[in-house]
Design a protein around this ligand. Structure first.
Ligand SMILES: [Cu+2]
Length: 144
């Protein structure tokens, strides 16, 4: 009888011991996962800051083309306060789409065939409209 009890206690000790080791391993795996996610998040943040585009932090380049009476894309996104280089392909512009106007952004440009480089500083958050010379064809720059 006494011998059996001792044996049972040993079995319990082994079970608890194994459970403890398993929990420790799970804890280590979870903590390492969290650390890796934090590293990835930090790396992503750096890339989002414009380093992936080869531009300095605080600067960004957006591109758009004028295609048969529409802007492609006609919605662009920039970050508030950043220096924006807006490259517009005016090759297929015709009629009033040869003019790109945004009163809100202080832009009024006659487009030439090829690349037109328009620079401005993104203002406060909001939606800023731009259009052709007559206002029929339009698009939006969303400042976030
Ligand atoms: Cu127009």
């Amino acid at each position: 009888m006494k011998h059996k009890v001792v044996k049972k206690n040993n079995t319990l000790k082994i079970i608890f011991g194994l459970t403890g080791i398993a929990l420790a391993i799970i804890l280590i795996v979870v903590l390492r996962g969290v650390a890796l996610e934090e590293q990835n998040a930090a790396a992503s943040t750096m890339l989002a800051g414009g380093l992936s585009q080869g531009a300095a932090v605080g600067e960004e380049t957006i591109r758009m083309a004028v295609e048969s009476y529409q802007f492609v894309p006609n919605t662009l996104i920039v970050n508030a306060g950043e220096k924006v280089t807006w490259i517009v392909d005016g090759t297929r512009a015709s009629g009033c789409t040869r003019y790109l106007v945004s009163q809100q952004l202080g832009i009024n440009r006659k487009l030439v065939p090829g690349e037109n480089v328009i620079e401005f500083t993104a203002p406060a958050r909001g939606a800023y409209r731009f259009s052709c010379g007559m206002g029929m064809v339009s698009g939006t720059i969303n400042v976030v």
